[in-house]
Design a protein around this ligand. Structure first.
Ligand code: GDP
Length: 519
């Protein structure tokens, strides 16, 4: 009669959940290429004695590893190395660091990953200040009110003045900046930081009070404390104010300042909106959101890994979940947890954690899994692609295979797929052309289908929403410009922004969306 052991009454679950989520910190690092994201990630993982880390952040050289290489690592280590999430413990907290793709052509992927974090660390190069991609990624965070912690990196080199940098962040991003630490010394003389909250020097070996760096620090602190905003937790949580840390990832200065701050005030798992209500992270009923799919991680088994963020409750191995898009039950036989050291942890996960769920295509980006409640999370978007290409199949005998492959890769989010309603060959849509290269390479490598791309007369795609009859009439009148997306939702393809505006004006009963919420 030992089956009762696991049947913990739900009343006992609430304190466990409260305790566990209070120590979860789920975040991503955003930056312009070369600002130091990889280096900082390494240092963070090292500080946290990373339980497990992903292949592509280990070192730049290793990024070029082939898939089979890192599958080899998996086999050798007998564990599941997954590139998307790194879990480590630090200061009593469990951190989940979600990796975002470096190249901006994969911005949609980044956006989806950012729907699964509770905060973001924005890395800035101290010499360059705010750069293009930093700004773009920041805007994405702002859309979702994600609290931002700023790390000004490379203080061991020639850098801009800290006041100038703080000023630039505030004005370029319309964001209040509160210095959390202050640099002691600059460039080659950079010795450490002064913690403004704790009023403590983090400099080793210690400096004499008469050291010019200490003199400069005293002067600057006086000015900083008089003139600059102080940290306010509420503004931070609302995404209006960023605490700023100075450091050098390379010299390992300021890295623990950053982690300590995340422990102290880094937001725990946030509440998540669904179509019908807001799910609180401390609810006992399990809910999870699929934000990423990675297919064919093992080329011998056509399986797919769905990455789900737990939004509430406790996930346990062997649980049966409701897949709310289809209404079907989903048995969680082999969820993969990315923390492997602690056996107990490997059996369960809480809000903020990310689990990998192997499946054969049932799970899609934006899907919700629950313990039974009929909920659907919102906020995972598709953006209207800016580049539309027709797929040209080299070997006509492989049409069926191509169809299946394109569907699978589109489900994974590699490209968006549009099937013209007039039966013409499929059109793929991407935000950046690198996605087309990836599609081509993966079709050939994983499915043995060789394709080319042809231009289309279209430059814009819009999801058309409206009354069913009106929509049908519109689709009939514009048949050659209509397509269905992966979910069968109608899309209008236009040659130009001018055409698009005209079409919208002529069809006031219909709306044309450039963002589609999945789920
Ligand atoms: P990423 O492209 O943002 O991932 O940047 P990396 O971490 O690969 O860093 C880009 C370059 O800057 C590399 O040559 C790093 O060694 C160097 N770098 C990173 N952090 C620092 C730092 O704190 N100080 C100095 N001097 N160089 C750094």
């Amino acid at each position: 009669m030992d089956f009762a052991v696991n049947a913990e009454p739900s009343t006992d679950l609430a304190p466990t959940i409260a305790r566990e989520i209070a120590r979860r910190r789920t975040f991503a690092i955003i930056s312009h290429p070369d600002a130091g994201k990889t280096t900082l990630t390494e240092r963070i993982l090292r500080a946290g004695g990373a339980i497990q880390m992903a292949g592509n952040v280990r070192a730049k050289g290793e990024r070029r590893r082939t898939r089979s290489d890192w599958m080899g690592i998996e086999r050798d280590r007998g564990i599941s190395v997954v590139t998307s999430v790194m879990t480590f413990e630090y200061g009593g907290c469990i951190f989940n660091l979600l990796d975002t793709p470096g190249h901006e052509d994969f911005s949609e992927d980044t956006y989806r990953t950012l729907t699964a974090v509770d905060s973001a660390v924005m890395v800035i190069d101290a010499a360059k200040g705010i750069e293009d991609r930093t700004r773009k990624l920041f805007e994405i965070c702002r859309l979702r009110d994600i609290p931002i912690v700023t790390f000004i990196n490379k203080m061991d080199r020639e850098a801009q003045d800290p006041f100038t940098l703080l000023d630039e962040i505030s004005s370029a991003l319309a964001l209040d900046t509160a210095p959390a630490t202050w640099p002691v010394g600059r460039a080659a003389q950079f010795a450490g930081t002064y913690d403004l909250r704790e009023r403590q020097l983090h400099v080793s070996p210690p400096l004499e009070q008469s050291d010019p760096r200490m003199v400069q620090l005293a002067e600057e602190l006086e000015l900083a404390e008089a003139a600059l905003p102080t940290f306010d937790r509420e503004s931070f949580n609302a995404g209006h104010l960023t605490p700023v840390f100075f450091g050098s990832a390379m010299k390992e200065i300021g890295v623990t300042d950053l982690l300590d701050a995340l422990v102290a005030f880094g937001p725990p798992p946030r509440d998540q909106a669904t179509e019908t209500r807001t799910v609180r992270a401390d609810e006992t009923g399990l809910t999870a959101l699929v934000f990423k799919i990675q297919a064919n991680m093992d080329p011998n088994h056509r399986d797919r890994m769905a990455f789900a963020r737990i939004c509430s409750g406790r996930l346990e191995r062997g649980m049966r979940l409701k897949h709310t898009r289809t209404g079907k039950q989903f048995a969680l036989h082999t969820p993969q947890f990315f923390f492997a050291r602690d056996r107990q942890l490997a059996e369960e996960a809480f809000a903020g954690d990310v689990v990998g769920i192997p499946n054969h295509g049932t799970l899609r980006i934006g899907d919700t899994l629950t313990a039974g409640e009929d909920l659907r999370f919102t906020g995972v978007p598709h953006f209207a692609p800016e580049i539309l290409r027709r797929v040209r199949l080299d070997d006509a005998m492989k049409a069926k295979k191509l169809r299946q492959a394109l569907t699978e890769l589109a489900e994974e989010g590699v490209v968006q797929l549009f099937r013209p309603q007039d039966g013409a060959p499929p059109i793929v849509g991407v935000v950046g052309t690198l996605q087309l290269d990836v599609l081509q390479a993966r079709l050939s490598g994983e499915y043995g289908v060789s394709i080319g791309f042809e231009s289309t007369p279209y430059n814009l795609a819009r999801w058309v929403v409206g009354d069913k009859t009106k929509l049908e009439l519109f689709a009939m009148a514009n048949r050659s410009a209509m397509a269905d997306d992966l979910d069968g939702d109608p899309v209008f393809l236009a040659g130009s922004a001018f055409m698009m505006r005209r079409t919208a004006e002529m069809n006031p009963d219909l709306t044309f969306h450039d963002i589609k919420q999945i789920g």
